[in-house]
Design a protein around this ligand. Structure first.
Ligand code: KG4
Ligand code: ZN
Length: 361
């Protein structure tokens, strides 16, 4: 089965072709990602600019993905596109592109939850059986979930304020490092002293698995204001201290969830990290140490499949197609994009991506 995947929920216009073999293995035939650079002057993604850039690029990106996979003359069995959650203008562009492609070739269109793409992304390149504990850390989400199978997600904890990636992006903005903030903060931190600033440890005594990043953000701002004007070394030290604090917070909350995670008899614990922030080397190192201390296994997709990409969307589409069969085209063509779409919504009764019908997203 060969699937075309399309991703347009934020500032990446992406398309990929994935082949799923009968034995359950997958092959990524192409993975094209166009990252919009139109937002640099604004210090963050501007939804309307993103939507217009998706309109301009979607066709080219899809064509390149098909060309690279050698599939321009047909052979695609289904098309999957991110149908939420995300910036609604971009999601609309991706869905319309996918629907048009599906309709013109009379093949199924599969709506995919963007978070489900991230949740399954470790399975793109590794043997990663269910169940596993998932730490999903992106620009819009910071969640711990139990993943029991395709479409079977139970959310254990989430951020009560900012997402982890958002905290990296705001720190970068405050320090004038440019966007996206995560890689910039990580690069600046390389020459910094992580012990120079004593930043707070959020929710240290609070039970449960929730996260919080706003206190950290405020502490970074206060430290920067106190030192202004900042030298390059000050900036490096703030970045290193912030990154260390974020990594410790993520590891501390994940450790709680690991302790309470029920592992089936005879199995070992698996922790998967996904989402853009999973590309961070210090966070990976902190979680590697944690997993080693518990005798668990850590699975992290390669960086290009951590940040937004369409291969993970194609994979989620393929897994639903295998599990549930092809949804009737008339049914999925009627689905509207959704700005909000929790991953663990109605987990038992969920079918074909669970998108709502009708004009209201
Ligand atoms: O998953 P993603 O590509 O898009 C969303 O769905 O949000 O994640 C983007 C986020 C941004 O906030 C970006 O700053 C962050 O992931 N990010 C990183 C790194 N690379 C990307 N954060 C920390 N360290 C990195 N190396
Ligand atoms: Zn994402």
């Amino acid at each position: 089965m060969t699937i075309l995947g399309i991703e347009t929920s934020c500032d990446e216009t992406a398309a990929a072709v994935l082949r799923r073999h009968g034995d359950g293995t997958t092959e990524i035939l192409s993975n094209i990602i166009h990252t919009q650079d139109d937002h640099a002057a604004f210090g963050g993604v501007v939804p309307e600019i993103a939507a217009r850039a998706h309109v301009e690029k979607a066709d080219q990106v899809v064509t390149r993905a098909l060309e690279e996979a050698g599939m321009t003359d047909g052979g695609i069995d289904a098309v999957a596109a991110t149908s939420g959650p995300g910036l609604i203008g971009g999601v609309m562009v991706g869905m319309m592109t996918a629907k048009a492609y599906a309709l013109s070739r009379a093949i199924p269109f599969i709506p995919v939850n963007h978070l489900e793409g991230h949740a399954l992304s470790a399975r793109l390149t590794e043997d990663c059986p269910f169940p596993y504990l998932l730490l999903l850390v992106s620009g819009g989400h910071t969640q711990l979930l139990r993943v029991d199978g395709v479409g079977r997600y139970a959310r254990l904890g989430t951020t009560i304020d900012d997402a982890a990636g958002e905290a990296f992006d705001k720190t970068a903005k405050l320090l004038g490092l440019g966007q996206p903030g995560g890689p910039k903060v990580q690069a600046a931190a390389e020459t910094g002293d992580a012990t120079r600033f004593d930043l707070p440890r959020p929710l240290l005594k609070r039970p449960g698995y929730d996260f919080s990043f706003s206190g950290l953000k405020t502490a970074v701002r206060l430290a920067a204001e106190e030192l202004a004007p900042l030298s390059d070394q000050d900036i490096a030290d703030i970045c290193a201290s912030f990154q260390r604090a974020a990594a410790k917070h993520l590891a501390a909350r994940t450790e709680r969830a690991m302790t309470d995670f029920e592992i089936p008899a005879g199995d070992t614990g698996r922790l998967v990290i996904a989402g853009g922030v999973a590309a961070n080397t210090e966070i990976r190192a902190a979680l590697t140490a944690l997993v080693d201390s518990k005798g668990w296994t850590l699975l992290v997709p390669p960086s290009k499949y951590c940040t937004d990409n369409a291969a993970m969307i194609a994979l989620a589409g393929a897994e639903h197609l295998v599990a549930e069969g092809a949804p009737p085209l008339a049914e999925t063509l009627a689905l509207a994009p959704r700005a909000r779409w929790p991953l663990d919504e109605n987990p038992e009764g969920r079918r074909h991506g669970g998108g709502k019908k009708g004009p209201k997203a």
